[in-house]
Structure formats: structure tokens, C-alpha cells
Design a protein around this ligand. Structure first.
Ligand code: NOJ
Length: 564
């Protein structure tokens, strides 16, 4: 063989190997995942509540800002005691949100735009208004055991009845509620209106597969599985339930430590079953991976097992909630610690990471951490390897609106669920109605998408800049040796480096503090400013010699670029 041909073959091989390295990154591994809260995203019919057609009308926005996948909080028929996390009918659309035709149109349009669409799935519980629960109350048609029922304890002396255990519900009060008609208690780990399914019953497991299949057949790209760490509870062989140890409750409270209701191993096995089902579905029907996002506020050991235990595989993407508790005192070192907690276990074992700073259950980060840190956080979340998750409005830095209240009593999570701020017109462009289900934050005339579109260095521009960077060779090479590194350079300055070795490098420098910071000799490279927030005195295209002393202004956050 001629040396020329050999060189050609070697080059071809390199090309193939090179292509494999980045092409093995599946869509969910490095997505820009956007969380839509349907009630608050876009109202198409003026009733003051967001809906499916509203979402469809805004899909083009996702393309403009570089989003690649979305997940939508529940859209199913529900009495809305827990804003849709209390499902009455798992295969019917909540009429206020629209119809099944609207859903199909939304999905078709999303796919036309090459956007993935993941549905929230609420397997742990239903609404008490769900037909299955009503049948279970009446012990009808094999539904007897669909929920966790128990007689409770009878005091041998007084004959008084009390709940089966001292378990507390997440939202407060006993986790057991008495049903007169059935003469038994049922378990609910959230509201009393959210009875817990009995996942030891094969009929329940089977029905959940059927529900999943229903939505997969319509074409959804995966599910965000709600409250997966609550699926199975501890029950002794004699049918009794162990009490939570005294003193394990929130703040050392007398009870309610969830020792026997959360993180039971059997829940992990159910996730493995779901994964098998989803993989099999893909094998039979083709198409891209149907991904499973896992919602569980559990430690990394539990989450690691949700992904895989070495013999079984489970959810691809357990949400990393380490950043949702960052607050005004959190600094670059806190961020490094929180990032390490995830990376040391999950990255090391599974080469997987995702970063969530906001969702519908937690105060928004501009309120928790301070509005000056919005851009720094956007840069960090998108620069760290893996998938970035954005809660609607996060891309423009929407804070909580403390006065927002949707009921009597108010839902404690209302402040972070106010309508999306699209523009300066009535109701921030969210709705043309006379009122909205939650009030629009009065800051909307100057904090909205339209304003930020026209302003260089706005939070939205930073967001767009970062999602664009996620498509570069350096950002795509994150699973390769030397593909990334991060650290706190000082108490307040966080750095992330993304590298396509020998080709190019991006370096995020984010100052979370209100003081000027300086560093000497970070590297011998001269780099170019390619993304700058409004705190930066520099200009796009300016060069920075990092072998000398460099300065960062208070809250300055920048991205630097170097290429061979
Ligand atoms: C987690 C959801 O995010 C939250 O909103 C809901 O209240 C609980 N799970 C119960 O479904």
C-alpha cells in the first residue's frame, strides 16, 4: 500500500473516531431544556390562564433563543388543588388548557421546529376526584387495592381509632386521611386531595405503562417523572407501617422525617421498569431516545442509582437541584462545592450532568441570590458540562412577585409562578384578558422579552450567547479528556473552561461579588471577549492577555475565546 493511501486511511479513521466522540452525545445529554409552566406561559384566548395554543404561538421564540427541548408541567384534567399535580384523568387535557387536537398541533409544530417536547408525568398519586380513586373507595372492579388503604390502629383500652403511623405529608398534617364511606384511611404524601397509588399492585404498574404508551404514541419525546422518590413506602410483612423516629422531622420536629416514605429501594426498581419500557418502545417504533427526567430531592447516591446500579439502567436525567438552594450568601466557593457534590459522584460514575437553578417549587434565583447575579448564573449554568435547565422567565431574569396570591390561603409557591413577561403591553403580553390568574409582576414595563431583545448585553442576550456557545466544538467536547474544568478562583469569582483540545477554548469568568477582583497569570494565552454582561467595561472583540494581571468589575461576567 502506498504511504499516500495509508495517510488517507489514517485521516479517514481519525475523522470517524473524532466524529464518534461528539456524536455520541444524545439529545438529552447536552440540551438547553426549557421548563414551561402552562398556566403562566402564554394565554391565547383571553381567559387570563395560559394554554396549549399559547405555547404553540410562542414556539418560534425557543428557536430564536437557542432552546433545544422543553418540558411542560402537567396539562391533564385536574381540579387544580395542586395546580395539575393532582391528576383526575391521565389521558385527557385540562379543558382550560385546550383540547387533544391543540396538543397534537403543539407537538407537531414543536417537532417541525426540531424541538423536543417532554411531558410531566405524575405517577405517585392521582387526584381524589380521579375515577380510579372513586372506584377504589367503593372497592369496585379490582380497584380495591389501587391506593394505600389501612384500618389504622385501635386503642385496646378505649377502642379509639388513630392513623396507621405518625407519617406526615410533605405539605403538612398527617399523611393519612379517613374515608367514612370505605371505613379506612388512605395515604397521601402531599395534599389530602392527592391519594398515593399502591405501586405494589401490578395493575397500577400496568396502567401507568398504558398511560405512557398513550402519550408516546402521540409522539412525545419523554417524561419528567414527578416525585419518584415517594413511589413506594415501607410496610411490614404483618401489614403495619413503621413510625418515623421521633425528632427526624423538619427542623428536628417530632416526626415527619420521611424515613419510610422517601427513597425506598423499591422505587428505584420501578424506574428501571419504566426505562425498559421506554427503550423497548424505541426499539419497536424507532426515533430518538425517549428520555426520562427524574424529579427527586434526594442525595446523589440515590440519584446515581436512579441512573444505573451497574446491572440495570433507569432515568437518564435525574434533576440536579443543588443550585435551587443558592441564596444571597452563596459565593463562588459555594457554587464549586455544590457542583462538586454532583460531579464527584454522578459525573464520575455516569458522565452525566444537568444544572437547575429555578423551578415552580422554589423562589426564583434573582430574588434568592440578588438581581445583579442573573447573568453570572446564566453563564455558569450553561457553561458547566451537560444539560442546562431554564424555568420560564429565567432567561430575562424574572424575580418572584411576593404579592402574587391565587387563593385563600395563598399557595406558598405563587410568587415564582407569575405570568411570563413578553412585552410592555397589557398583562405583559401574556393575556388580553381583564385579569390574569396570578397578577403580572409590576416590573414588566421594563423587564420583558421585547425590551431585552433590543438591548445589547441584556440578560436575554447573555442567554442567547450561551446557548449559541453550547453548539461550538469546545462545548460539544465535554465528554472528552480535558473537555472542561471549573473552579472558584477566589471567594467570589467562578471560572469554567470549555476546551476542544488543540483547537479552541472558552473561559467564563463570573464575579458574584460587589468588589473588584484581580488575578495574575491565569494562563499564557491571549483571549478575546466574546460575551459580556452590562457590568463589564470591555468591548466585544477586545483582547485580554491572561499571562498578566486581569481585573473583573463587581458582578462582571464575561466569556473569553481562544482558538489555534
Ligand atoms: C413535585 C412538583 O414539582 C410539585 O409542584 C408538586 O406539588 C409535587 N411534586 C407533588 O406532585
Amino acid at each position: 500500500m502506498s504511504s499516500c493511501l495509508l495517510r488517507f486511511l489514517a485521516a479517514l479513521l481519525l475523522c470517524v473516531v473524532g466524529a464518534t466522540a461528539t456524536d455520541t452525545v444524545d439529545w438529552w445529554e447536552s440540551a438547553t431544556l426549557y421548563h414551561i409552566y402552562p398556566r403562566s406561559f402564554m394565554d391565547s384566548n383571553g381567559d387570563g390562564i395560559g394554554d396549549l395554543n399559547g405555547i404553540t404561538s410562542r414556539l418560534a421564540f425557543f428557536k430564536k433563543i437557542g432552546v433545544t427541548a422543553t418540558w411542560i408541567s402537567p396539562i391533564y384534567d385536574s381540579p387544580m388543588a395542586d395546580m395539575g399535580y393532582d391528576v383526575a384523568n391521565f389521558t385527557k387535557i385540562y379543558p382550560v388548557f385546550g383540547t387533544m387536537e391543540d396538543f397534537d398541533a403543539l407537538l407537531a409544530k414543536a417537532h417541525e421546529l426540531d424541538l423536543k417536547l417532554v411531558l410531566d408525568f405524575v405517577p405517585n398519586h392521582s387526584s381524589d376526584e380521579c375515577e380510579w380513586f372513586q372506584k377504589s373507595i367503593r372497592r369496585e372492579d379490582g380497584y380495591d387495592d389501587w391506593y394505600v388503604w389501612d384500618d389504622g390502629k385501635i386503642d385496646p383500652e378505649t377502642g379509639a381509632r388513630s392513623p396507621p403511623s405518625n407519617w406526615r405529608a410533605t405539605f403538612g398534617g398527617s399523611a393519612w386521611t379517613w374515608v367514612e364511606e370505605r371505613q379506612q384511611y388512605y395515604l397521601h404524601q402531599f395534599l389530602a386531595k392527592q391519594p398515593d397509588f399502591n405501586f405494589t399492585n401490578p395493575a397500577v404498574r400496568e396502567r401507568m405503562f398504558e398511560v405512557m404508551k398513550f402519550w408516546l404514541d402521540r409522539g412525545v419525546d419523554g417524561f419528567r417523572m414527578d416525585a419518584t422518590n415517594f413511589l413506594v413506602e415501607k410496610r411490614f410483612e404483618n401489614g403495619t407501617y413503621p413510625d418515623d423516629p421521633v425528632g427526624t422531622g423538619p427542623g428536628g420536629g417530632p416526626m415527619g422525617g420521611f424515613s419510610y416514605t422517601k427513597d425506598q429501594w423499591e422505587s428505584t426498581e420501578i424506574i428501571y421498569e419504566w426505562r425498559e419500557f421506554l427503550d423497548e418502545y424505541q426499539r419497536l417504533n424507532g426515533g430518538d431516545t425517549r428520555a426520562m427526567i427524574i424529579e427527586a430531592y434526594s442525595n446523589v447516591t440515590v440519584l446515581s442509582n436512579y441512573i444505573s446500579n451497574g446491572t440495570h439502567v433507569g432515568g437518564q436525567l435525574p434533576m440536579n437541584f443543588n443550585f435551587v438552594s443558592l441564596n444571597e450568601n452563596s459565593d463562588a466557593e459555594t457554587i464549586e462545592t455544590q457542583a462538586n457534590e454532583w460531579m464527584d459522584v454522578i459525573w464520575v460514575k455516569h458522565k452525566m450532568a444537568n444544572w437547575v437553578a429555578n423551578n415552580h417549587d422554589n423562589s426564583r434565583s434573582p430574588t434568592r441570590m440578588g438581581e445583579s447575579k442573573v447573568d453570572a448564573m446564566t453563564m455558569i449554568i450553561h457553561a458547566l458540562p451537560g444539560t442546562s435547565v431554564t424555568y420560564y422567565g429565567e432567561e430575562i431574569g424574572m424575580p418572584d412577585y411576593a404579592a402574587a396570591c391565587s387563593g385563600n390561603p395563598c399557595n406558598f409557591r405563587d410568587p415564582e409562578r407569575t405570568p411570563m413577561q413578553w412585552n410592555g403591553s397589557i398583562n405583559a403580553g401574556f393575556s388580553t384578558g381583564n385579569s390574569t390568574w396570578l397578577p403580572v409582576n409590576p416590573n414588566y414595563p421594563f423587564l420583558n422579552v421585547q425590551v431585552q431583545r433590543g438591548v445589547a448585553r441584556s440578560s436575554l442576550q447573555i442567554f442567547k450567547g450561551m446557548t449559541a456557545l453550547k453548539k461550538t466544538a469546545a462545548f460539544k467536547a465535554f465528554k472528552e479528556e480535558g473537555g472542561f474544568s471549573y473552579s472558584a478562583l477566589s471567594k467570589q469569582v467562578f471560572q469554567v473552561i470549555r476546551t476542544a483540545v488543540g483547537q479552541e477554548e472558552y473561559r467564563v469568568l463570573a464575579n458574584l461579588g460587589n468588589q473588584i477582583e484581580y488575578f495574575d497569570g491565569l494562563t499564557n494565552k491571549t483571549m478575546e471577549y466574546v460575551l459580556l454582561n452590562s457590568y463589564s467595561p470591555h468591548r466585544y472583540g477586545d483582547k485580554l492577555d491572561l499571562s498578566g494581571r486581569i481585573y473583573l468589575m463587581p458582578y462582571e461576567a464575561v466569556v473569553l475565546h481562544w482558538s489555534e
